[in-house]
Write a protein that binds this ligand. Structure first.
Ligand SMILES: Cc1ncc(COP(=O)(O)O)c(C=O)c1O
Length: 498
């Protein structure tokens, strides 16, 4: 017979000195937990043996209490599969006691206002759902699930033989993962690094957050690309840094403009291989200019290399970090795009003199990254599955990109201009007419289409409007349908329809 899965022991208090017999206390304890909703219909109850052991009582009072609860219809006992909380019709169930958390009391409640600005982000309608144009959505349906599950199983089983993978680990991450990442970055991204400089992080966002904590203090000026990545902007603002928007042009970040605005910035955040969101590559002369400025001003460069595995017209662009002779660059990468974002796995390559500080701050933040996802990812890379997946998805995304560009041309003609489609997993469709892209995005979201308005990527006034459209996560049919919906929304917006 299959063994029944154990249930979770509910919180019951027993008073051994009371004159109320134990079986009665148990019965009352369960009954009131069911009536006030702490225990819900269908929930599994532990076996009488397990419960007696856990509560340190003999089995007899437990058996008596169970018998009574079954007889009164609170428990449902199914032979062979265990005992469950019975379903009760709402009439037979008394109104549950109010189990909600208490309402905040009036009076003084100290909550600093520093996080207020983030509250407004969460209300943006275009962030509310998924759909064909979601920027950070890779092709989950083409992921090699079989291989991944096999590796997960392998590491799950291996933990039985070597329990060290279940212990607390290194704040920098799991060594085999860091070695695999270092090798990959040296080979494919021309990053100059060893495994001891690689820190595993829960996505680029954590890398940026740690970098902000270590490198900046309140009021430190930071250059940000304008337009740029809101994830970075929020992190630096949360640190109370002074944000300095620096324009980008066809050569990427305009370093001279940055120097003119704020020559002594503490740090700069850049996406040199594929500017987010506009898509240009930072030119070689600008890269050298930026490194030179950083050296002279003692500033740090945070390079976010978030999707450079995907270039369609040329070979991938080498990293900025690889040109750095002065250890000024912190290199950030992620598996959110190439594998999947729910993995929450990325890496941060640190200049050697910063390693100790990052380790200390990491230890005080979340101690160390979870070991198992790193172990699986390390084997995935080492055994060639990663390279194969990148190759396959590159071909797939090339097709999906063509589908989006084609659909935009067919449906919207010269109403939009496509930009930044040579690489990555998104492009920009800028509007040739002056429409409020945030109003269009809000209207589209009401029709189940989520599009990122270009103007939301600007810190200051947006000189152009449009949409940042992801194309990796949906097939051609959904892409075409999405563009048709966008066309209808744009038409309604121009006509001023409600
Ligand atoms: C510029 C940029 N950096 C990084 C990321 C990925 O963030 P994470 O690794 O935290 O999932 C994204 C995702 O959309 C991005 O657009």
């Amino acid at each position: 017979m299959r063994q029944a899965a154990p249930g979770i022991v509910p919180f019951l208090t027993l008073d051994r000195r009371s004159t109320v017999p134990l079986y009665r206390q148990l019965y009352e304890g369960f009954r009131s937990a069911i009536l006030d909703g702490r225990l819900r219909a269908g929930q599994r109850i532990p076996s009488t043996r397990a419960l007696a052991q856990e509560l340190r009582v003999s089995r007899l009072p437990v058996l008596n209490a169970f018998e009574q609860l079954v007889a009164e219809g609170y428990f449902d006992s199914r032979t062979g599969s265990g005992t469950f909380i019975a379903k009760m019709s709402s009439e037979s169930r008394p109104a549950p006691r109010d189990l909600r958390a208490p309402e905040p009391a009036r009076g003084r409640r100290r909550v600093p206002r520093e996080t207020d600005f983030l509250l407004s982000n969460t209300g943006d309608p275009w962030l509310g759902g998924w759909g064909p144009f979601r920027v950070s959505e890779p092709a989950a349906d083409r992921f090699p699930h079989e291989v991944w599950s096999r590796l997960l199983g392998r590491h799950g089983r291996a933990a039985r033989r070597d329990v060290r993978t279940m212990h607390y680990g290194d704040p920098m991450g799991y060594r085999p993962f860091r070695e695999a990442v270092a090798e990959y970055l040296r080979t494919s991204r021309a990053v100059r690094c060893e495994a001891d400089q690689v820190m595993a992080v829960s996505g680029s966002q954590q890398a940026l957050s740690l970098a902000a904590r270590v490198l900046l203090e309140v009021g430190s000026p930071v250059w940000l690309e304008e337009p740029g990545y809101r994830g970075a902007r929020d992190v630096f603002r949360l640190r109370n840094a002074r944000l300095v928007p620096v324009p980008v042009d066809e050569e990427g970040l305009d370093v001279a403009a940055g120097i003119e605005k704020c020559p002594d910035a503490s740090a700069v955040y850049v996406t040199p291989s594929h500017q987010y969101p506009l898509g240009m590559v930072m030119s070689a002369s600008r890269r050298l200019q930026l490194l030179d400025w950083a050296r002279r001003s003692g500033s740090w460069i945070i390079e976010d290399d978030y999707d450079s595995e995907y270039r369609y017209e040329s070979l991938p662009i080498a990293s900025l970090q690889g040109l750095d002779r002065d250890a000024r660059v912190l290199y950030v990468g992620t598996f959110s795009k190439v594998l999947f974002p729910a993995l929450r796995l990325g890496y941060l390559v640190l200049p050697r003199d910063l390693v100790g500080r990052f380790v200390a701050v990491r230890d005080a933040t979340d101690i160390f990254p979870p070991t198992f996802p790193q172990a699986v990812a390390a084997d995935f890379i080492r055994e060639g599955h990663f390279a194969r997946h990148v190759r396959k998805t590159r071909a797939l995304y090339r097709e999906r990109r063509a589908a989006l560009v084609g659909a935009l041309r067919d449906e919207l003609g010269d109403a939009v201009e496509v930009q930044g489609d040579e690489a990555g997993m998104h492009l920009v469709a800028s509007l040739n007419r002056r429409l409020d892209d945030q109003a269009v995005a809000a209207r589209a979201s009401r029709r189940g289409l989520w599009t990122m308005p270009l103007s939301s990527c600007y810190l200051g006034r947006a000189p152009r409007r449009g949409f940042v459209l992801g194309f990796a996560g949906a097939d051609e049919g959904r892409i075409r349908e999405g563009v048709r919906t966008l066309r209808a929304v744009l038409r309604d917006q121009s006509l001023g329809k409600d």
